[in-house]
Ligand binder design. Sequence first.
Ligand code: UDX
Length: 470
Amino acid sequence: MKKVCVIGTGYVGLVGAAVFADWGNSVVGVDIDEKKIAKIEEGIMPIYEPGLDEVVLRNIKTGKLSFTTSLAEGMKDADMILICVGTPMSDTGAADLSYVWAVAKEIGQNLKKGDKYVVIITKSTVPVGTNERVKQIVREYAEEGVEFDVASNPEFLAEGRALEDMKETDRTVVGTENERALTVLREFYGHLDAPMVECDLRTAEMIKYASNAILATKISFINEIGQLCERAGADVGLVAKGMGYDKRIGRHFLNVSIGYGGSCFPKDVAALYKTSTEEAYDFKLLRSVMEVNDSQMHHFVRKIRKVFGINMEGKKIACLGLAFKADTDDIRDSKAIKIVRELRGHGATVSVYDPQAMENSRRELGDKDITYAEDMYSAVKDVDAVCILTEWGEFKNIDIEKLWRAMGSSKRKFVFDGRNLLDQKKVEAQGFTYFAVGKRTNGYNEFLLEDEEKRGFVTTALLKSQNGKK
Ligand code: UDX
């Protein structure tokens, strides 16, 4: 069992601290935010993560987990210090590492000669070379003769299933410079039933970025296939299914959407691209991944504009889903929030509902021209159109008939499904004019098909006529 100090109580730090304590280690979580710590100790989590409060409280009770605002206190006698602070995107697209540097400096200042050997481990997502710099900083500020090593141990947890991801990880990646540090990490993670990839610091840092980048690439890829499917008359959902059975491809991360969001993919893809330019290499594929992701949201809004025009004054639109994905209250870089803003910008009155992200959204969007509804059926009351923006299970199971009735007496009722959650046949049979992503629907056929043909995109009709001419 190790004595562990976890710095930062965000997604990675708090989930990590709770899980490491559950494994029997003695863990101290450190955060500069006093109020946040006080709330965590009462069982009020700063993030919505299913099951987290229970694990945190259980370990506080048994004395395995405690919190402090003092780093000096938290790292006293620690075998491992884990850096889990934020690395937000800076204006240049690169990761802002100021929190990492500040923490490294403070760790150094608190390491005294005669302290026991400690491994300083970075879990935050940091660009290649960061751990080397952490080592330099700690060395610069620590007393002469202090014994420590640095290690890179990126995490791969996804929000909403963070606890499972931390406990049942597919792999553990450990980047170290020597056997001594490696032994500590082997002991710490040895009980997990997952392969351990042991490598150098730079490789570990790169594994994290490359993993997120390939997942983002899969999403942009399927979103582009979706664009083509609409125009060519194919169904992207079935295309993904057909592709996914091939084990080399896999079905995961092939769901079309309004574009990926969140605190990781947008930031990490941009940071990796920045690293490539700094290394004098133009990572063209990543550039396209970002471009496609940005345009995906605009394709969606274009469908709404096609129906209502640019001036949407007097139109009422309901947006279901505000979080960047389901099972979280996180709205960081949420495309749903951007779409709400854009619709409001066009003059529409918007009503919104999300099972978890209402409070965060209200803080972000304010109250002007927005109604925050209690549930999804109140959100859609008397609106002209419903947009589905987040893949919550609740929306997937929406009662189509009830939706129809709740929307009141408007002459035509529109549904713009940004996640392809609904059953197209049922929605169209109910009388809705339906738009989805990556497939033809009655709405697409009526409002966009002709348009696309005029713009010269490939369609089955066009292909047929061309073949006929040969
Ligand atoms: C991601 C990685 O999955 C995780 O391994 C890493 O540690 C952090 O970044 P997270 O940001 O929590 O996790 O969410 P994720 O489930 O990966 O979804 C990211 C975004 O992509 C969401 O906006 C989601 O809606 C979108 N997405 C996901 C799609 O549009 N299509 C898909 O097929 C999958």
